[in-house]
Design a protein around this ligand. Structure first.
Ligand SMILES: C[S@@+](CC[C@H](N)C(=O)[O-])C[C@H]1O[C@@H](n2cnc3c(N)ncnc32)[C@H](O)[C@@H]1O
Length: 229
């Protein structure tokens, strides 16, 4: 087991994502699992108010939500990602979503904009375990009662888990490079039960599991879908 945890994890994480986005990395479409969950919640409860797309990356989820008629606010630790989101929306002739740059060394709760629902798609796994669990708690705390909560994490059957090794605090670091993410510190739940346990305050309606075999490698994710109690 690797016991060393770099003290500058948030800074290294942000720099890594900035570099990935500067190199032109861009995603165009949301995952089918996310589309299905959004459609399900539209039918059951609707998304009155604003959806926070936390760790929005290049805005694929935000664009889908906007085109679906929802108000969106994007947050990310990468300023490069947020610049791409603004350009993307301008080029598409869509109204610019709200945008907030998150400083991961500061308390998340103090930095969050007002929102009514939250989607955190494959974003909160980047960081140390204490930080990931605290970030989920901050999002749940600010989410109003009845607000929709959707959060996607890699599972222990995912490529990111296989290519990483544990650190002393339960976080993980890459032992082999995956998608230029070498150096990142990750947090991946060992089981569905563990992921559920991080969602205190959320009435969980479903835990979706989906996967794909891509270039011979299994990618596998869990999605928590629920509402604030
Ligand atoms: C794998 S990408 C996912 C982007 C987008 N949500 C999607 O589904 O395409 C991870 C994103 O999370 C952001 N991120 C990393 N650490 C974060 C943190 N602690 N809080 C919020 N976002 C973070 C990264 O900058 C990156 O844009």
């Amino acid at each position: 087991m690797n016991t060393a945890i770099a003290p500058d994890v948030p800074e290294a994480n942000t720099q890594m994502w900035d570099k990935i986005y500067r190199s032109g990395s861009m995603l165009w479409y949301p995952a089918e699992a996310l589309v299905r969950l959004v459609r399900r919640h539209e039918k059951s409860d609707g998304f009155a108010g604003t959806i926070l797309d936390h760790g929005c990356g290049t805005g694929n989820v935000a664009e889908f939500l906007t085109r679906s008629g929802h108000a969106v606010h994007c947050t990310d630790v990468s300023s490069e990602a947020l610049a791409i989101v603004s350009q993307r929306f301008a080029k598409a002739g869509l109204p610019n979503p709200g945008i907030t740059l998150i400083e991961p060394r500061l308390d998340l709760g103090q930095q969050l904009p007002q929102f009514n629902h939250v989607i955190a798609w494959q974003s909160l796994c980047y960081g140390t375990r204490p930080n990931t669990i605290a970030s989920i708690a901050s999002l749940v705390e600010v989410l109003p009662a009845g607000g929709c909560f959707i959060m996607c994490f890699p599972t222990a059957n995912d490529l990111l888990y296989r290519r990483s090794e544990p650190l002393a605090d339960g976080s993980r670091c890459f032992s082999e490079s995956v998608s230029d993410q070498m150096g990142a510190v990750l947090t991946i739940p060992e089981s569905e039960e563990e992921l559920r346990s991080w969602c205190s305050g959320i009435t969980i309606r479903d835990v979706v599991e989906y996967g794909m075999r891509f270039a011979g490698e299994q990618n596998q994710f869990h999605v928590i879908y629920g509402v604030k109690a």
